[in-house]
Ligand binder design. Structure first.
Ligand SMILES: *[C@@H]1O[C@H](CO)[C@@H](O)[C@H](O)[C@H]1NC(C)=O
Ligand SMILES: *[C@@H]1O[C@H](CO)[C@@H](O)[C@H](O)[C@H]1NC(C)=O
Ligand SMILES: *[C@@H]1O[C@H](CO)[C@@H](O)[C@H](O)[C@H]1NC(C)=O
Ligand SMILES: *[C@@H]1O[C@H](CO)[C@@H](O)[C@H](O)[C@H]1NC(C)=O
Length: 223
């Protein structure tokens, strides 16, 4: 008997967490993104989307039209519902031109039902630049989110630790620019320097070949 009750309780807890669980959505910076939300359809449609923190109004719909008078400024003109889907209970919100500020937890509610969506924004590492000026190599990339990591490696592996300086700056759009410089020492052999910039979403690597001194001297003599 107790065992049966226990199982019933577990199933109920499971169903409860299932319905309560937040939906996670990954949105790409500057692209469009759909925040999914489904409810049991009803004829008297009143829909509200708010940002949970601070209860910021994001989108409202009633009397058969969008009601945007109270919409938060940072999201103005960037939200829409799929009108043809509303009567089917699909009250998903489309967000255009995603910004880093759009991150956070959202709540949709209608007809006494509510769901939560957690939005994460990322701007992937696109292009990694590497170049050499005198005895220093610089590796850099821009417009990344979340904060990237940068690592150096060589082939063949060099035993001595590098002297590197890495600088991270955040832009007005809250994206990250990263740049790292490495002071070269002469290991007396050909070396390929690689730089990897990564976030938890993606990584990009680029490399620069630096021939040994003797090779360069030979080259000079040859030219
Ligand atoms: C929203 O769009 C309207 C009409 O196109 C425009 O006048 C207004 O400045 C826009 N608002 C924002 C915050 O972009
Ligand atoms: C809701 O409508 C949008 C746009 O048509 C669609 O992409 C999405 O899959 C729909 N969601 C559900 C649960 O039907
Ligand atoms: C690393 O490079 C910087 C800048 O060139 C220099 O000031 C510093 O002394 C160097 N540190 C080491 C441990 O070589
Ligand atoms: C980040 O990089 C972009 C593109 O090169 C540049 O326009 C911007 O000024 C940089 N911002 C900062 C804070 O370094």
């Amino acid at each position: 008997m107790t065992a049966v009750l226990c199982v019933v309780f577990l199933i109920l807890t499971f169903l409860w967490t299932l319905t309560r669980a937040d939906t996670d959505v990954s949105c790409v910076y500057m692209e469009n993104c759909i925040l999914p939300c489904s409810i049991q359809g009803s004829s008297d449609v009143v829909i509200h989307w708010v940002q949970t923190e601070g209860n910021v109004p994001v989108h409202a719909y009633y009397d058969d039209q969008d009601q945007l008078a109270f919409q938060a400024l940072h999201i103005r003109n960037r939200t829409s519902l799929f009108k043809d889907q509303i009567l089917r209970g699909n009250i998903s919100l489309q967000l255009t031109g995603v910004k880093v500020q759009d991150q956070g937890r959202y709540k949709c509610y209608s007809d006494g039902q509510e769901k939560h969506v957690v939005v994460k924004v990322y701007a992937p590492v696109n292009k990694v630049d590497i170049h050499q000026v005198e005895n220093s190599i610089t590796c850099s990339s821009e417009g990344i989110y979340p904060e990237p990591e940068l690592t150096w490696s060589t082939n063949p592996p060099i035993k001595i630790t590098f002297n590197t300086t890495t600088r991270v700056q955040q832009t007005k759009q809250q994206l990250y620019n990263i740049s790292s410089s490495l002071i070269l020492s002469d290991p007396g052999t050909d070396v390929v320097y690689s730089c990897t910039i990564s976030t938890r979403r993606n990584k990009r690597r680029t490399a620069l070949f630096r021939p040994s001194k003797s090779f360069q001297e030979n080259l000079r003599r040859f030219i």
